[in-house]
Design a protein around this ligand. Structure first.
Ligand code: C5P
Length: 422
């Protein structure tokens, strides 16, 4: 599903200011339609021009006025409004991305079978850009063979159909079918606009383990040694892998509070380097791919004091540190045959060499298959939504990872992993 809209449709994809892409936000008739308002805000706030196309049923949940006010664009549901404009053709052609959130079972069925009985499904037929469908429905409907077949058919055509989260649905029931959070959908929307390509299901059946966040090494019950890692890059790696078909376990240490847990991922919570080590060694035993994106403390207090250390007139107590084991090195040593192990390195250049020189030396020391090298310092990488760097291979390969979202960097890492798994 690639758009040639830049060349084919003249001014279609970018306005004369060369600025923001057109996004069509389709909204189908499920209770999760209320979350489409938050998604719409995120998309407009990040600079996209968004045209909302709800289905008639969606308007039972959210009024057209809300979508019109938030998007600044008119809202229509049928093909018989503004007939001379032939809206479904214009909107589909101009779109650089179509997102449908929520996509109900009915919407998936109509999209899979090429129906065009309203403006949204007609637009899906005229769009040649990436299409992102975000299902939300009750578990029984999601698991029904009809829905499974429709999803498989859509995916076989290059449509990105996200796997829903497990969690609370309407009322008291829980299970897979919950719509991923707007922040996560917005991340995928940005990824598809950056990648300008579909997200292949090329990790289907693979078991992937990703670590994320920064460890905290306790000094006493209230104090710890920590670091500034937010966990965003590890979350993006887990999120993109799961939507490429992998079974993903995310072993997380401490992460930023605003991070949304990826949908359809198994979470294992840890805190210290020792806990992270134990979880990673256990989870990695049966994995095809292991990614150490966590920022593990190199040192921990040699002793954890059971009570809060009190201030005293004799000054601060001496701090003595012990070295933590290198988990990545252990994972490499213990890996089963065929497993790929990927590490991360945050580097700055110095008088001995540049960032890449230090990255190559670290790859050799750690013994992993791939190393993502980030240049850090001056507001780069840590706590930032964007990332850039290089991907170094033990086979001598070197790939520049140009600046983009952490999801884009994750998707480039998975591209390289898939090439090596094959
Ligand atoms: O040596 P350095 O900390 O720069 O190495 C970074 C890589 O090693 C990351 O992939 C990190 O997750 C991993 N690491 C580890 N155990 C440590 C320190 C780092 O697995 N104790």
């Amino acid at each position: 599903m690639r758009s040639d809209s830049n060349s084919d449709h003249g001014s279609g994809a970018h306005d004369s200011a060369g600025a923001t892409p057109h996004v069509v936000l389709g909204v189908a008739g499920g209770i999760a339609a209320y979350k489409a308002c938050e998604l719409l805000r995120r998309l407009t706030e990040s600079g996209h021009r968004v045209r909302v196309i709800p289905t008639e049923s969606a308007l039972n949940f959210v009024g057209a006025a809300t979508f019109e006010a938030l998007s600044g664009q008119p809202v229509r549901t049928g093909v018989f409004a503004d007939v001379p404009e032939v809206a479904h053709v214009r909107l589909g052609r101009q779109a650089e991305l179509v997102v449908v959130a929520p996509a109900t079972a009915d919407l998936l069925a109509r999209a899979a079978h090429g129906r065009a009985d309203d403006l949204l499904t007609a637009t899906l037929l005229t769009a040649r850009c990436p299409v992102l469908l975000v299902p939300a429905m009750h578990t029984e409907m999601w698991q029904h063979p009809a829905t499974r077949d429709n999803v498989a058919l859509l995916r076989s055509r290059g449509v990105v159909v996200l796997d829903p989260a497990s969690g609370r649905l309407t009322g008291v029931d829980t299970g897979p079918g919950r719509m991923p959070e707007p922040a996560e959908i917005a991340e995928f929307a940005r990824l598809l606009l950056e990648r300008r390509d579909a997200l292949p299901r090329d990790l289907t059946g693979r078991r992937v383990v990703v670590s994320a966040g920064g460890t905290r090494e306790p000094l006493d019950p209230v104090r710890f040694l920590g670091n500034r890692s937010s966990g965003r890059q590890g979350y993006a790696l887990a999120r993109v892998a799961t939507q490429r078909g992998a079974h993903v376990t995310l072993v997380r240490a401490h992460t930023a509070e605003d991070l949304v847990a990826p949908a359809a991922v198994r979470l294992v919570d840890t805190g210290t380097a020792a806990q992270l080590r134990e979880a990673m060694l256990a989870e990695a035993a049966s994995a095809d791919v292991v990614v150490m994106a966590a920022a593990v403390a190199d040192f921990r207090p040699a002793e954890t004091i059971a009570h809060k250390i009190k201030k005293s007139d004799s000054g601060p107590p001496p701090l003595s540190l012990a070295t933590n084991p290198d988990i990545l090195v252990e994972l490499v040593k213990n890996r089963p045959p065929g497993q790929l192990v990927i590490g991360f390195a945050a580097e700055t250049g110095d008088e001995h060499g540049d960032v890449l020189h230090h990255g190559r030396a670290k790859l050799d020391r750690k013994g992993c298959d791939l190393l993502v090298v980030n240049a850090v310092g001056e507001g780069k990488t840590f706590e930032q939504p964007d990332n850039a760097g290089w991907l170094l291979g033990a086979d001598g390969g070197q790939l520049e990872l140009p600046s983009g979202s952490k999801a884009l960097l994750a998707s480039r890492v998975w591209d390289a992993v898939v090439a090596r798994l094959d």
